[in-house]
Design a protein around this ligand. Structure first.
Ligand SMILES: [Zn+2]
Length: 183
């Protein structure tokens, strides 16, 4: 049902536009500062433009913040990969026992690589968790949240309510931990 993104401009703001099976217009500014909008399948484009134009100031502020964060991240020294892997392995060892059963008693393969747009990726089929090298510069309380998050994907592959219920069962304060993550 998803189309490829279309570029539009409204209120002086350029945005990527897709129609989806959604009930409302969804607007977000990505970490790289681009604005993305999804709208219901049958909503007229003019109505979407009007919505974006009405939020133009908010979008520009969010874009400025995103770009400032991206610049700060680019200026930060790259952490040591071996040290990051050692630390994340230690954390993974704490979480693994909770998932040992569905993993058939085999630890997931843990990888660390530089990732600009996400903190972690779980590949249940490969029994593999990849964590961002950049996560190593984040507070430990947030790092363990990311590790738990990726482990929970072995139980629920998507971000459905069932997934977040799993995360919450293990880390009731996961929201506060996630807020500590700074790009
Ligand atoms: Zn996830």
């Amino acid at each position: 049902m998803e189309q490829t993104a279309q570029r539009r401009t409204a209120g002086g703001v350029e945005y990527e536009f897709v129609r989806k099976k959604v009930k409302n217009i969804n607007l977000r500014v990505r970490a790289d500062g681009t604005a993305a909008v999804s709208a219901p399948l049958r909503m007229p484009a003019a109505q979407v433009d009007a919505f974006v134009a009405s939020r133009a100031e908010w979008i520009r502020t969010a874009q400025a913040k995103a770009r400032a964060r991206a610049d700060a991240a680019a200026a930060r020294p790259v952490p040591d990969r071996a040290a990051a892997l050692a630390e994340f392995t230690r954390m993974s060892e704490l979480v693994y026992p909770l998932f040992a059963e569905e993993l058939g008693g085999q630890r997931p393969a843990l990888q660390v690589r530089s990732m600009k747009s996400r903190w972690g990726v779980c590949s249940p089929a490969k029994r593999q968790i990849t964590l961002a090298l950049e996560l190593y510069s984040q507070p430990p309380a947030a790092q363990i949240y990311v590790v738990v998050h990726e482990y929970c994907h072995f139980r629920v592959p998507n971000h459905s309510p069932a997934f977040w219920a799993e995360v919450e069962r293990i880390l009731p304060d996961w929201k506060a931990r996630r807020r500590l993550l700074r790009p």
